[in-house]
Design a protein around this ligand. Structure first.
Ligand code: NAD
Ligand code: UD1
Length: 361
């Protein structure tokens, strides 16, 4: 029986589809392509040599979701679909509440109606707000700092209530730390719209010459070099965590939250240096004011996932940097093949282009 992947055309969803197909799962992808491209689905098929059904459907349309459940006997759902930009959520809170929460409730209504009660949900480390200490474990107090974070927190609460009302459900709440990197083939990866909000896509766009320099948001935090520290996790490791969570929800009846991170933190300047060392491409930067709402240090205690899911992140920071760059370099305009590259011609590009055909020590 197939696994339904909502948001499967997106960044984390597409990498998870690859791992699911490689592991022999049947999948069905549901996505309205609001923040993704159909081409990512072609690439999933290219990487895996497998095809799968795709439904271009908005979760806000309950009738359309129902059609998927009428046509397919679904085993479990991995629910990625949602809007995720923090700044936009502050400007457009109703859009975020409507899309993320109403969309999820519609999905849950149909799952309940068709007796599908195994769910893996994309939560976020953002539910810990400003953590008072690190590493962050699942028992830490939860607090949202913005509407996006509040949608994650509210959905977690909704899912807990649902489980209380009917213990036949089995639900994994996966709290991701900072996913970066791309599939090692360099054919799928993160494809942000416009100016990237997150650090790694910004670094790769500076490296390819689309942005002149990185703005480092503050160097006066209580950290070793004063810049913010985060727990960066390779998206393929994260994707594999979903397969472990799927096995867990298939074999138990509970609702559990799991941190998916590496347990190690790196500062912004360490990330810049690691990227430069891994790729040989310089990343000019300047220090600017801190970004409002940013914590100084955030990294996971990932021992619960290790203990209960038998999952740990395996890829190194170098892998994350190399794979991010391979994706960006091979796809300067993301999945949009029709655009002419807008890079300013970084002098290091040809050197680093050869780099991927060469074994670097
Ligand atoms: P993404 O934007 O690349 O993927 C989300 C997908 O959901 C997109 O393809 C989008 O088109 C689709 N979608 C959105 N609203 C929809 C709707 N109403 N109906 C159907 N499809 C819809 O994001 P991502 O980085 O892959 O994140 C996946 C999930 O993980 C999101 O829920 C996000 O909040 C969460 N998350 C992401 C990060 C991160 O850093 N990327 C961190 C923590 C949590
Ligand atoms: C951000 C979101 C968080 C979301 C996460 C993953 C905010 C306030 N938080 O977290 O809710 O779950 O992304 O999508 O937006 N940095 C720079 N320059 C940049 C970009 C980032 O210095 O151009 C720094 C940040 O200050 C931070 C680190 O790099 O210290 C990582 O930033 P980012 O990738 O945006 O992730 P988070 O801040 O952890």
């Amino acid at each position: 029986m197939p696994i339904l992947v909502t948001g499967g055309a997106g960044y984390i969803g597409s990498h998870t589809c690859v791992e699911l197909l490689n592991a022999g799962y049947e999948i069905i992808v549901l996505d309205n392509l609001l923040n993704s491209k159909r081409e990512s689905l072609n690439r999933i098929s290219e990487i895996t040599g497998k095809s799968f059904p795709f439904y271009k459907i908005n979760l806000l349309n309950e009738g359309e979701i129902e059609q998927v459940f009428i046509e397919n006997d679904i085993e479990a759902v991995i629910h990625f679909a949602g809007l995720k930009a923090v700044g936009e959520s502050v400007r457009l809170p109703l859009r975020y509440y409507h899309n993320n929460i109403t969309g999820t409730i519609n999905l849950l209504n149909i799952m309940k109606k068709y007796d599908v009660n195994r769910l893996v949900f994309s939560s976020s480390a953002t539910v810990y707000g400003m953590p008072e200490k690190v590493p962050i474990s699942e028992e830490f107090p939860l607090k949202a700092l913005n509407p996006y974070g509040r949608t994650k927190l509210m959905i977690e609460e909704i899912l807990k209530d649902l489980f209380e009302s009917d213990p036949n459900w089995s639900i994994a709440l996966l709290r991701y730390f900072n996913p970066i990197g791309a599939h090692e083939s360099g054919t799928i990866g993160e494809d942000p719209n416009g100016i990237p909000n997150n650090l790694m896509p910004f670094i790769t766009q500076v490296a390819i010459g689309k942005m002149p320099e990185l703005s480092v948001f503050g160097n006066d935090y209580q950290t070793a070099d004063g810049t913010g520290v985060r727990d960066y996790i390779h998206v393929t490791d994260l994707a594999k965590g979903h397969l472990k969570a799927l096995e867990k929800v298939a074999s138990s009846q509970e609702i559990e939250a799991y941190n998916l991170g590496t347990g190690k933190g790196y500062s912004v300047l360490e990330m810049v240096e690691a990227f430069e060392v891994a790729t040989g491409v310089p990343v000019p930067y300047k220090v600017v004011s801190p970004r409002p709402g940013d914590a100084a240090i955030c990294f996971a205690d990932a021992s619960k996932a290790k203990r209960e899911l038998q999952w740990t992140a395996e890829k190194s920071l170098r892998d994350m940097c190399e794979d991010s760059w391979r994706w960006q370099y091979n796809n300067p305009n993301g999945f949009d093949k029709n655009l002419i590259a807008t890079g300013t011609g970084n002098p290091h590009l040809s050197k680093s282009g050869d780099f991927f055909n060469t074994k670097i020590e």
